[in-house]
Design a protein around this ligand. Structure first.
Ligand SMILES: [Cu+2]
Ligand SMILES: [Zn+2]
Length: 177
């Protein structure tokens, strides 16, 4: 019985070991959210995701899927192209990349998802990036799943216990008040 509650109790008791605070691209600046990574004692990671203000899909009355990956490089500057390709240490096809994650299910822009991944470890993912794309992942097209533009990005960093919701300063082009 206890076993069945193991992950949920871990989530309620523990602080995440790593965290990625997401920011939207210039086209979708309202997207915000956080991805928390809980390293498991033996191996593997729990990935807990909460995101808001994703764009509407084709039909705004139904849920919308968005491709969701860990990308090679932890650089969310500009249009997020510096994040590179899906994290793929074993040089295998999509969607067998270590960085391939289940697509997000957006409900009127809101996502809540927890995933168990037995393959990833903390050292593998630190200083890489989490990326959300404009399209669903088709799990077929190489090497990207035809997932389209990168609409949100966050660098995976060690959780220092005081994550700021807005660590980015993108005000370079805005006048000072
Ligand atoms: Cu991606
Ligand atoms: Zn992939």
């Amino acid at each position: 019985m206890e076993q069945k509650n193991y992950f949920l109790s871990l989530l309620s008791d523990a602080e995440p070991d790593a965290i990625a605070v997401l920011k939207g691209s210039s086209l979708y600046p309202d997207i915000n959210g956080v991805v928390k990574f809980f390293a498991l004692p033996e191996s593997g990671i729990l990935i807990a995701t909460e995101i808001s203000d994703l764009p509407d899909g084709a039909n705004e009355d139904t849920p919308t899927f968005f491709a969701f990956h860990i990308h090679e490089t932890g650089n969310c500057s500009g249009d997020f192209s510096a994040t590179g390709v899906h994290y793929n240490p074993d040089n295998v096809p999509h969607p067998e990349h270590a960085g391939d994650l289940p697509p997000l299910l957006s409900n009127d822009g809101y996502v809540w998802m927890i995933v168990y991944d037995s393959f990833l470890t903390l050292p593998m993912i630190l200083n890489r990036s989490v990326v959300i794309h404009q399209n669903p992942d088709d799990f077929t097209t190489q090497p990207t799943g035809n997932s389209g533009e990168k609409i949100a990005c966050g660098v995976i960093t060690v959780n220092n216990g005081t994550p700021s919701p807005y660590p980015y300063d993108d005000d370079d082009d805005e006048p000072e008040d």
